[in-house]
Design a protein around this ligand. Structure first.
Ligand SMILES: NC(=O)c1ccc[n+]([C@@H]2O[C@H](COP(=O)([O-])OP(=O)(O)OC[C@H]3O[C@@H](n4cnc5c(N)ncnc54)[C@H](OP(=O)(O)O)[C@@H]3O)[C@@H](O)[C@H]2O)c1
Length: 325
């Protein structure tokens, strides 16, 4: 038996049920993990509400964690009991004291990075890695617009973009979040509930607009994002915190200056093991060098995952959040 947070049906935070579940012995190619920290991510909300449907319920949710290898399934030579590992990908099941994971979806956590830090950065940090280096290869001197700049993905993005030599324009929901984003390398902040985002971006860029917009807010920021791009700019829509973006008329991309649009996700960018390992290594490097500092600004007991979800959805959190088994 182990403790886990499951959903039996989609719903509000009350749908998160703290259950005793049977954990089978690890199968072939799997290891049993004793988890020491679990990452909270906005995708957990989409799974809970049913925006991203889970085919078989009840199901433990969560895609990110760190812990210690406790037992090995058949055929495992890559890892040994006692190894510290972390992950940020399916299968679902991170919200648990213990779980089994396929060995090819784990990376070893290097010295100098704690379990809590690993659980806080793997998903959000590898997302930043692929967004700013592979979806669009940001170069020194570029000016980029990054929405929700004080969030988990946002704070890491501000620091990493700053490290690359880019100028970062970040949107935020409050003055306090603006201060936090600025302290993390965001050069210009826009309060999106008070200011006209596209007008401010044009002002900051002397009318030019930006070559790339990273938008995880979705529905509420779509128009402003499209209107902030320079000709041939790239609109990267990678999340739905305010709701999904409605269907887009391709003619709009033409009118706004022959724009490009992509809807990427971390699973595709880390599907090949070599890509996942390379992404994690780049992330560990910028954290170990001090270029990107990990902001674990909220910690909750795993049993209180519902409160963590309430706070995330109410925009009360900043930086990264972890759940502790
Ligand atoms: N596609 C991918 O590969 C991928 C991977 C990781 C994350 N994501 C996406 O990236 C986004 C950030 O993830 P995260 O885990 O780091 O979360 P987060 O940014 O820490 O939290 C979401 C933030 O979005 C902002 N927001 C704007 N409108 C909102 C609304 N109506 N309701 C709630 N929040 C709103 C809030 O900041 P303000 O108060 O400052 O507005 C809030 O703090 C999410 O949309 C997530 O789905 C996508």
């Amino acid at each position: 038996m182990t403790k886990a947070i499951r959903i039996h049906a989609p719903g509000g935070p009350e749908a998160l049920s703290y259950d005793d579940i049977e954990l089978p012995a690890p199968g072939e190619g799997e290891v049993r993990l004793r988890q020491t920290a679990i990452g909270l991510n906005y995708i957990d909300v989409y799974h809970r509400t049913g925006l991203y449907p889970i085919p078989n319920l009840p199901s433990v949710i969560g895609l990110e964690g760190a812990g210690v290898v406790e037992a090995l399934g058949a055929g495992i030579t890559e890892l040994a009991p006692g190894d510290r590992v972390a992950y940020a990908n399916p299968p679902l099941g991170a919200y648990a004291d213990e779980r089994n994971m396929p060995v090819d979806r784990l990376v070893k956590v290097p010295d100098g990075i704690s379990d809590e830090q690993a659980a806080a950065i793997m998903l959000q940090g590898m997302t930043v890695e692929y967004l700013i280096r592979r979806t669009y290869n940001v170069k020194a001197g570029d000016t980029v617009l990054f929405h929700a700049a004080a969030g988990g993905v946002g704070l890491m993005a501000c620091q990493w973009l700053n490290h690359l030599g880019a100028t970062v324009i970040g949107t935020v929901g409050s003055e306090e979040k603006a201060d936090l984003a600025k302290a993390n390398g965001c050069h210009h902040t826009i309060l999106y509930n008070k200011e006209d985002i596209a007008a401010r971006v044009r002002e900051i860029t002397d009318g030019a607009g930006v070559p790339v917009v990273y938008d995880s807010v979705g529905k509420d920021t779509f128009d402003a994002s499209i209107s902030s791009l320079s000709p041939l700019g790239l609109f990267v829509t990678f999340g739905n915190a305010s709701g999904p973006v409605p269907p887009v008329d391709p003619g709009l991309l033409s009118q706004k200056g022959s724009l490009f649009m992509t809807r990427p996700n971390l699973m595709t960018y880390t599907a090949k093991r070599e890509d996942m390992v390379a992404s994690a290594e780049s992330l560990f490097e910028v954290v170990q060098s001090g270029a990107v500092k990990v902001a674990i600004n909220q910690r909750y007991p795993l049993a209180e995952a519902a409160q963590a979800h309430r706070d995330l959805e109410a925009r009360k959190t900043t930086g990264s959040t972890i759940l502790l088994p």
